[in-house]
Design a protein around this ligand. Structure first.
Ligand code: GLU
Length: 359
């Protein structure tokens, strides 16, 4: 049987969002449950969103949480590079190839024209679609700026099966002909994810369900290249409450914030495993190794999961109370030093605190 390969594909935005970490965890569990490989790919093609030092944060968080990858930027296998900004020539080659296959076209429309077009219609009926490849190539040779856009058939439907959400059928005319390659030669996510997942031999794509609606477009690209699409496992969002997604931008805690507040990495991993997946039975405390053994994709839920801070506190307390006094003391030392300035007998304080502690 073919070895399973999954990937975690974060964008280096400066912090590890809890939802992203949960996606990384599920991706890791899906593959490790089947003795497969876990690949780290850095998706840094959106230069505006990039934050200095953010890639190191990704490495540190994966290291701290024990989500060890088999291949990635610091551990290259034979399908690298594993950082998208180092793969630009690959995307460019495949984007031009897609034009030859008539599943994409050169587009010379200006930003303003595009904005107007988008205001009028949901999909963008690009006038450049009617240009012949030769005409377009002449304009490119004359130095005109261009992008490469996906060409979507006006008729028919695209159907695919998602492991969690079931069969999804979309009318092609509802899919937008988005940019695949920008005028600066960078790919968009919508293109790079397909090229990389194929070339990196990813068999199972685990990602947030916000990508469900774009997946038919990706499948049209796979089809044009005559490539086999991966197995899709879209996972439900992590919410702050019934209406709002958990988001660092709204001031919600990231992994690093939780660590600063005194939560243990093991407790965070244990807790987020339950955000959108349910084990069989009542037990809720699991180490990462145990999760690898018991994880099964068919128990991932379709419904959004609500992040319950109080429950995480409870779970953290279980982990803290299970520590030896020495472990607890070592762990708490940094926290004491940051938070308590007075000259305190830490060992005595640990003895008092540990049995009571929640966080
Ligand atoms: N870079 C994308 C993100 O951070 C990854 C999505 C995916 O896993 O395909 O949302």
């Amino acid at each position: 049987m073919q070895k399973i390969r999954t990937r975690f594909a974060p964008s280096p935005t400066g912090y590890m969002h809890i939802g992203n970490l949960r996606t990384a965890l599920y991706s890791y569990l899906v593959t490790k449950h089947n003795n497969g490989d876990f690949i780290l790919r850095i998706e840094d093609t959106d230069r505006q969103r990039e934050v200095a030092g953010a890639i190191d944060i990704i490495y540190d968080v994966l290291n701290d949480t024990g989500l060890n990858y088999d291949e990635g930027p610091l551990k290259p296998g034979d399908v690298g590079p594993y950082i998208q900004s180092k793969r630009l020539e690959i995307y460019q080659k495949y984007a031009h190839k897609l034009v030859e296959l008539k599943a994409a076209h050169y587009c010379f429309c200006s930003e303003t024209k595009l904005k107007d077009a988008h205001n009028n219609t949901y999909t963008f009926n690009d006038p450049c679609k009617s240009l012949s490849i030769d005409e377009a190539k002449k304009r490119i040779a004359n130095g005109e700026t261009y992008t490469i856009r996906q060409t979507i058939p006006n008729t028919g439907t695209t159907t695919f099966n998602d492991t969690v959400y079931g069969t999804i059928e979309t009318e092609n005319k509802l899919l937008d002909e988005g940019i695949l390659l920008k005028s600066n030669g960078y790919p968009t996510y919508n293109f790079a994810n397909v090229i990389d997942d194929h070339l990196m031999k990813i068999t199972h794509v685990v990602r947030g369900n916000e990508y469900l609606s774009s997946t038919p477009k990706y499948n049209l690209i796979y089809k044009a290249f005559n490539w086999e699409p991966p197995v899709y496992i879209h996972v439900p969002p992590v919410m702050k409450d019934e209406q709002n997604k958990l988001s660092k931008r709204n001031g919600d805690a990231s992994y690093q914030d939780l660590i600063k507040q005194g939560f243990l990495s093991e407790a965070i991993i244990n807790y987020i495993a339950l955000l959108g997946w349910a084990p069989v039975g009542e037990e809720e405390i699991f180490s990462l190794e145990e999760l690898v053994k018991i994880f099964s994709v068919d128990r991932i839920s379709k419904s959004p999961a609500i992040f319950d801070y109080e429950k995480l506190k409870w779970m953290n307390g279980v982990y803290l109370r299970n520590m030896s006094l020495e472990q607890f003391n070592n762990y708490a030392l940094n926290y004491y030093q940051d938070n308590l300035k007075a000259d305190i007998n830490y060992i005595e304080l640990s003895k008092i605190l540990q049995p009571r502690i929640q966080i």
